[in-house]
Design a protein around this ligand. Structure first.
Ligand code: SF4
Length: 356
């Protein structure tokens, strides 16, 4: 009997966890969103409003303007692989193939690349396989789960013929267990090697549709939908034992995958000025002043602060100083002063600030 193996944060797997998921869990997979455009309109689509429907490319949180940006971000997190997502990457298959080649050329054949797509197009899949793709995950539209489009079966067989690993990935929807079971069995018969179930989550872009369908948040500390985990557990019980099924909880994504990726990026990008906290944020001191560049020169001269512990942050037009230096000198420095906790991401999202 093939039993469920528990993973952190209530996630679980039955059978061998796909290698892409192992790397993702370690925070070692870059998320490359190649376009925000998609031909589908799933009512639960969680894509953020700044990306949804827009033909933009992001490497993790970095807006991509050149190939160098993609390589930079992959190095910044010490990526061992990349998950290509959208929107739908097959809508821009040439661009997707270009990035696959770029990453394989830079990091070698061992850089594991998987994509998610809702497009069952054998010709495009062949093109991506030629570029070096390792794995493909199909996401059929939810209206079709109970009567799956045979094109997905054909696409899975085409992917397997090209040497790709192929599976399906869908959210676990509380009142859709019959639909999920039917899709899973049909895709398994077509050769799908695994089923990835994501806990259904509220997001800024889907909350209204989810509320209208009567879904509720599971608790106060998460955006997960009540009953999604139970739907996944029920599906696993009902499906045949030889099917590999992985359930990925919303808190696993945040507490394990994201935290690990942030910690990797923090360690790879910290200068001597930032302190890396246990929560994978950067802690540093900030002074807001009218002429930050001149202010840096004056402070360095007056207090003999080493160059690596103070800088003019041009992007945010402010002075950044090592937190311990600012705490020591706060009473002798003018301007608006505070400690700040930021994510070590390209967008440097501020989490908290404490005035000094
Ligand atoms: S296929 Fe994916 S990106 Fe497209 S609408 Fe559905 S959930 Fe959103």
């Amino acid at each position: 009997m093939n039993r469920n193996r528990e993973l952190p944060n209530a996630s679980f797997v039955r059978g061998a966890l796909p290698i892409s998921c192992v790397m993702c869990q370690q925070g070692a997979k870059m998320v490359l969103l190649v376009t925000g455009k998609c031909a589908h309109d799933c009512w639960y689509c969680p894509l953020s409003l700044e990306k949804k429907g827009r033909d933009v490319t992001y490497a993790d949180e970095l807006l991509v303007k050149s190939d160098e940006d993609v390589i930079f971000e992959a190095k910044a997190i010490g990526a061992r692989g990349t998950g290509i997502t959208g929107g739908d990457p097959l809508l821009v298959a040439d661009r997707t193939a270009h990035y696959i080649r770029l990453l394989k050329d830079e990091f070698g054949a061992r850089h594991n690349i998987h994509i998610y797509t809702a497009t069952p197009d054998a010709e495009k899949i062949g093109k991506l396989a030629d570029a070096g793709l390792n794995e493909i995950r199909f996401h059929p539209h939810p209206d079709t789960w109970i009567s799956p489009d045979p094109e997905y079966g054909n696409a899975i067989r085409a992917a397997l013929d090209c040497g790709l690993r192929a599976g399906i990935e869908i959210p676990a929807i509380p009142d859709h267990v019959d639909h999920m079971r039917y899709l899973a069995r049909t895709m398994y018969d077509a050769g799908a090697e695994f089923i990835n179930l994501n806990e259904l989550e509220f997001s800024e872009s889907n909350w209204q549709q989810l509320m209208e369908k009567g879904f509720e948040v599971r608790d106060d500390v998460t955006s997960a939908v009540l009953g999604s985990e139970e739907a996944a557990l029920r599906l696993v019980e009902e499906l045949e034992n030889d099917m590999i099924i992985h359930y990925c909880s919303s808190s696993f994504k945040d507490a394990t995958q994201l935290r690990n990726r942030l910690m990797r990026r923090a360690k790879n990008t910290a200068t001597g000025l930032e302190i890396i906290t246990d929560e994978a944020t950067f802690l540093k001191g900030v002074v807001e002043t009218d002429e930050p560049e001149k202010f840096v020169r004056e402070l360095r001269r007056k207090f003999a602060i080493p160059a690596g512990l103070i800088r003019h942050d041009v992007r945010k037009s402010r002075v950044e100083i090592a937190a311990w230096v600012l705490e020591e000198l706060a009473s002798e420095i003018s301007g608006v002063k505070y400690l700040v906790w930021e994510y070590p991401t390209a967008d440097r999202l501020e989490v908290e600030r404490q005035p000094l």
